[in-house]
Write a protein that binds this ligand. Structure first.
Ligand code: MRU
Length: 359
């Protein structure tokens, strides 16, 4: 297949983004040439998915430097607009603020160039880290596994091969995967529109299901593992992801099916002790009871429309990152990833080995 390219950085002109609101019918790129355009694209989900939002935030600051100037105060204000365009995915704020710190360390004349170089560097890391996540995650799946996934976690959401969908892709390449079930992911249909599009291009045998059919599918015994991505993982392992993820994890626990999160370590928010501290985005009422311009619900009602929910750590069998596979208790196993970063010593070699042993 030809790999999906969700973003192209065009220094001097802006960011060319695959407009995900038109998929799967129309593969259309939109040029994001101003900070306002970047923020609008984030808010309207033209670009979306936690790791991709980190890339967009960093590149968005390069756009700001080109369009609005490179003074400290100008860049700081632009960074705040970008970082607050959506609240839940930690990568957006963290990568934007990282880009700001890097830019401010340079003389103003070098800042534009440095910001684009940082965006390129982040993209390269994403590609490498997704592949690592894919390999480590696939090793957890016994041969012949049928998996269930939710929302979209593929190339469209990261810029690499994806996180949960990257695992599914590698498992398919390795001959381990028998079938992929993908939820539609109401109300914005990231599963039906985006994951289905990516699965079709990858030629992975797949079925789409209404979100409401997931519980009975899991109960039927057809699913050997559930894999999703994450928007923010608290220090204790509680994980925010697309609304509906918690329900899948709860039903998986009821039926003894392992529930895995696949996400880069950049999605772990060590400043957030538990899921209670994760900000959850609530979106417009109009997204419920219709899609786009089409309405199938009569007016007169409000809507309850959280974009994400938090899965408690005790329902998660493992968190697959580029640095290894963390197992409960996540407070310790997740902290070990960062201990290695600080000390240069491996706090989790055994976790890598565990994944390799199962390969
Ligand atoms: O609202 P979205 O489409 O940005 O939500 C995306 C998700 O919930 C993904 O599962 C998550 O960001 C992980 S992407 C690898």
């Amino acid at each position: 297949m030809s790999d999906v390219v969700p973003l192209r950085f065009v220094p001097g002109l802006g960011i060319d983004a695959l407009d995900q609101t038109h998929l799967p019918h129309d593969v259309r790129y939109v040029r994001l040439a101003t900070v306002d355009a970047v923020c609008e694209a984030i808010g309207s989900l033209r670009v979306r998915g936690a790791p991709l939002l980190g890339l967009v935030g960093a590149a968005g600051l390069a756009v700001a430097a080109e369009r609005e100037g490179t003074k400290d105060s100008v860049l700081a204000a632009a960074a705040e607009r970008l970082a607050s365009a959506r609240p839940t995915a930690v990568d957006l704020r963290a990568r934007t603020e990282q880009a700001l710190t890097i830019a401010l360390a340079e003389p103003p004349a070098h800042r534009v160039e440095r910001l684009w170089a940082f965006a390129d560097q982040l993209l390269a890391s994403r590609i490498a880290e997704d592949r690592q996540i894919g390999e480590l995650g696939a090793a957890l799946l016994p041969s012949g596994t049928c998996v269930l996934t939710h929302c979209n976690t593929g190339a469209l959401a990261t810029g690499g091969i994806g996180t949960a969908l990257g695992v599914i892709r590698v498992a398919w390449e390795q001959g381990r995967l028998a079938h992929c079930y993908a939820t539609e992911t109401r109300p914005l249909l990231q599963g039906a529109r985006l994951t289905a599009w990516e699965l079709a291009q990858l030629e992975i045998p797949s079925s789409l299901l209404p979100d409401t059919a997931a519980a009975s599918l899991i109960a039927s015994g057809r699913v050997g593992a559930i894999l999703t991505g994450a928007d923010r993982i608290a220090a204790n392992g509680d994980t925010a992801n697309k609304v509906g993820t918690y329900g899948l994890a709860a039903v998986a626990a009821r039926h003894g099916v392992p529930f895995y999160i696949a996400a880069p370590t950049s999605t772990i928010d060590r400043d957030c002790p538990s899921g209670a501290g994760i900000p959850i985005e609530f979106r417009a009422d109009a997204e419920v009871g219709g899609f786009g311009r089409e309405r199938w619900s009569p007016g007169g009602l409000g809507a309850y429309n959280p974009a994400f929910d938090v899965t408690p750590a005790e329902l998660i069998a493992a968190i697959v990152t580029e640095r290894g596979v963390a197992r409960p208790p996540f407070g310790q196993s997740v902290a070990a990833f960062f201990a290695e970063q600080t000390t240069g010593q491996s706090g989790y070699t055994g976790l890598h080995s565990e994944a390799r042993d199962r390969a």
